[in-house]
Design a protein around this ligand. Structure first.
Ligand SMILES: [Zn+2]
Length: 340
């Protein structure tokens, strides 16, 4: 069977097409809308997974061997809000689609259309296009299907990573809590809102020269531009014990929703009033919060600090400067902050 899959639809398109050769040689197209399949699968993941051969007794919310990668007790199916979520200390975390991808040895981003189609079959979701329209079809013109743009891929990747991450209060966020507690920021973690801008990913892939070299827990923070639009995620890779991971670049930004949009952006840890504290790193920002109670945003880097753009509603700014031996932090802090 020749199957060709390709994303279709507008920006962030969630409609996916799967084409199959029919016995008559014509092509029948099946389109599945991921959001509709997700809704159809809600609260049904136990039976979907059982149908795929997963032992139902391993889906009771307690620790078990991972149906995708084995082990003894590394996997827990917590099915948050009925979306099939799970956490595995080896192969990561995610929703039901992402677990199905692992079971089928597919990539949850690249092969998303295939994963959606498989779940759609299991829940009996109807394709978007009426297959009767294609039943008598002549061979369809072989116009190449539109490919997702880099920006669409970046958005989808950001959405997946954020969706796979846990609130800092969740048991799955233990490495991030340990990391912050080791910096004397334990109390502040409790005060961070559960749905806030900082989460913990249990096993985020780390890439070096385009090659995945491992998966590590990571502190993941939303990066927002001057209008408050989320434009990227900032990652701090950690060890399981909650130290910085032993990697060449522990802190990394993910590819943003469009090139250039992270200039002037920041991590808005606490809502600004008419005044605001700003500093470079998340850890410094939390320490400033703990010490002063100020609303505080992290500009991520020294150059981010120098380029930081702030909304016009903010009247007063406290600049918390990193005292770098080379003077970079101090210089960045002295740069005039831009306001639109
Ligand atoms: Zn696993």
């Amino acid at each position: 069977m020749d199957e060709r899959k390709s994303p279709a639809g507008g920006p962030g398109g969630r409609t996916w097409i799967r084409e199959k050769c029919t016995s008559s040689g014509g092509r029948a197209q099946e389109r599945f809308d991921a959001d509709r399949v997700r809704a159809a699968a809600q609260n049904r993941w136990r039976s979907i997974l059982a149908e795929m051969g997963v032992n139902p007794s391993s889906l009771d919310g307690r620790h078990h061997p991972c149906p995708a990668c084995g082990g003894t007790d590394r996997f827990r199916f917590d099915d948050r809000e009925g979306y099939g979520s799970f956490i595995c200390s080896q192969c990561g975390a995610g929703d039901g689609f992402s677990l199905v991808a692992r079971l089928l040895h597919l990539d949850s981003t690249r092969d998303f259309s295939e994963v959606v189609a498989r779940v759609a079959e299991l829940v009996g979701a109807q394709p978007e296009a009426d297959p009767r329209n294609q039943a008598m079809a002549r061979p369809a013109p072989t116009r190449p299907a539109p490919q997702p743009t880099d920006d669409q891929r970046a958005r989808e990747r950001l959405r997946i990573v954020w969706g796979e991450s846990f609130s800092l209060a969740d048991p799955g966020a233990e490495p991030a809590r340990r990391y912050l507690e080791a910096r004397g920021l334990g109390a502040i973690v409790v005060a961070l809102p559960g749905t806030g801008v900082v989460r913990c990913h249990p096993a985020l892939p780390y890439f070096e020269d385009g090659r995945e070299i491992g998966r590590f827990p990571a502190l993941v923070a939303v990066v927002q531009d001057v209008t408050g639009r989320a434009v990227s995620l900032h990652r701090t890779y950690l060890s399981g014990e909650g130290r910085k991971a032993d990697l060449p670049s522990v802190k990394k930004l993910m590819p943003s929703i469009r090139p250039g949009v992270v200039k002037g952006a920041s991590i808005r840890l606490y809502p600004a009033t008419n005044f605001l504290g700003v500093c470079e790193g998340i850890e410094t920002a939390l320490a400033v919060r703990a010490a002063t109670g100020q609303p505080v945003w992290a500009a991520i880097t020294a150059s981010g600090m120098a380029a930081l753009a702030l909304p016009p509603t903010i009247r007063e700014i406290f600049i918390w400067c990193d005292m770098d031996a080379n003077g970079v932090g101090q210089q960045a802090a002295m740069t005039k902050i831009r306001k639109p």
